[in-house]
Write a protein of this length. Structure first.
Length: 156
């Protein structure tokens, strides 16, 4: 008889707990004024993003291999932090390479670009001789190895 009552005790305990969990709650008072809608601010200011739009020309180098060539970076659009455009590296061991940004971002001072061919670079916006320029390290990963270099471009 001692064991026969256990299922009933367990069942009554569960029903008691379930009753506590579903106790009625009074509704809250209606809101007298609607909540204020926050307007999001753009991630990058318009003047900063406008400063990088357009064509940039300069040079890429892989110092350890003695490779260098002309570079043209074209920034077509900045939408928030997202950047669309393409870059062409001339005179590479693989010929002239043109790659779309996949993806790229701009935080107001640094342009961070990745390409589908495993090239990537982070270029810092600055000025030299009164002209805007982008300069930074280049990393290119291939089956033959990883190559480190530099990109230096000025706005045209």
């Amino acid at each position: 008889m001692k064991h026969a009552l256990r299922p009933y005790a367990l069942l009554s305990g569960l029903l008691l707990l379930a009753g506590c969990a579903s106790a009625p709650v009074a509704p809250s008072a209606p809101v007298s004024q609607p909540a204020e809608v926050a307007t999001p601010t753009p991630a990058v200011s318009a003047p900063a993003s406008a400063a990088i739009l357009g064509s940039w020309e300069g040079k890429w180098t892989i110092e350890s291999m003695g490779y260098e060539g002309k570079t043209v970076v074209v920034i077509e659009q900045v939408n928030g932090n997202a950047v669309s455009g393409r870059a062409t590296m001339f005179d590479t061991p693989y010929g002239d390479l043109t790659e779309d940004f996949a993806p790229a971002t701009f935080d107001g001072s640094k342009l961070n670009v990745k390409h589908a061919n495993n090239a990537s670079y982070v270029l810092t916006l600055s000025e030299k001789d009164g002209k805007p320029r982008l300069v930074g390290p280049l990393v290119y990963i291939t089956d033959a190895g990883t190559y480190n270099g530099t990109i230096r471009v000025s706005k045209k």
